[in-house]
Ligand binder design. Structure first.
Ligand code: MG
Length: 221
């Protein structure tokens, strides 16, 4: 029986990954470094420093300096601010609004640190401060289990009564490391095997497909 669902945000609630892809590609291009669009998806959930160091080690065989991390991340942040507001993915607004009526507690677990986030999640999805775990709440981000363990502790239900919904390999790995069941929805540019290989228990190809199945399962149909 599912009593709580922990939703990731980027690529699950919002179609925001194309903005990250664009901004990362432009940021590394400005440094004269190669970065493929799929890499934005493969590294989703990693800290900015982690992603920057990954590329630096591949291109230059060393970590980025503090100054380089700051410069690249500042540019990426600026590009992100200039991107259009991402759309809400199909059926997710209805799903997050209907689950509480079916007795299921909803949490959002994201590595994002955007301060404007809470207000937006409240208005669009009914998420309150206590039902949000964001980047500022944890010491170790995904793929570490800490973010999902924090949601688990807050909801008070047993692991077997909770479900994680993720779109990114590192997010799936985080949920699995927390000992939870993870449903993955492939809304990005990676092959399905990237998500099943990270341990996803089930795989969907659209948020519509996911919302229909989750509603069915919660209703006991
Ligand atoms: Mg995501």
């Amino acid at each position: 029986m599912i009593r709580s669902v922990f939703f990731d945000m980027d690529g699950v609630l919002y179609d925001s990954m194309p903005n990250h892809e664009f901004s990362w590609c432009k940021s590394f291009e400005a440094e004269g470094m190669a970065f493929r669009p799929e890499e934005a998806y493969a590294n989703e959930g990693r800290t900015a420093r982690g992603t920057i160091n990954l590329v630096f080690n591949r291109e230059l065989g060393r970590d980025a300096s503090e100054e380089e991390v700051e410069r690249i991340y500042a540019y990426k942040t600026r590009l992100m601010r200039e991107r259009p507001q991402p759309a809400i993915l199909p059926r997710m607004q209805e799903l997050l609004r209907s689950l509480p009526e079916l007795g299921v507690k909803v949490y959002v677990v994201t590595g994002s640190r955007q301060p404007s986030l809470v207000g937006k999640l409240h208005d669009a999805f009914g998420i309150e401060k206590e039902t949000l775990v964001c980047g500022a709440d944890v010491k170790r981000g995904k793929p570490d289990p800490e973010p999902y363990l924090m949601a688990l502790e807050r909801c008070g239900f047993a692991k077997g009564e909770c479900l994680v919904v993720e779109n990114a390999p590192l997010g799936v790995a985080s949920g699995k490391a927390a000992g939870l069941t993870v449903w993955a929805v492939n809304t990005g540019k990676l092959p399905d095997s990237a998500l099943t290989g990270a341990g996803a228990d089930r795989l969907f190809h659209s948020t519509t497909e996911l919302a229909e199945e989750l509603t069915r399962v919660v209703r006991g149909e």
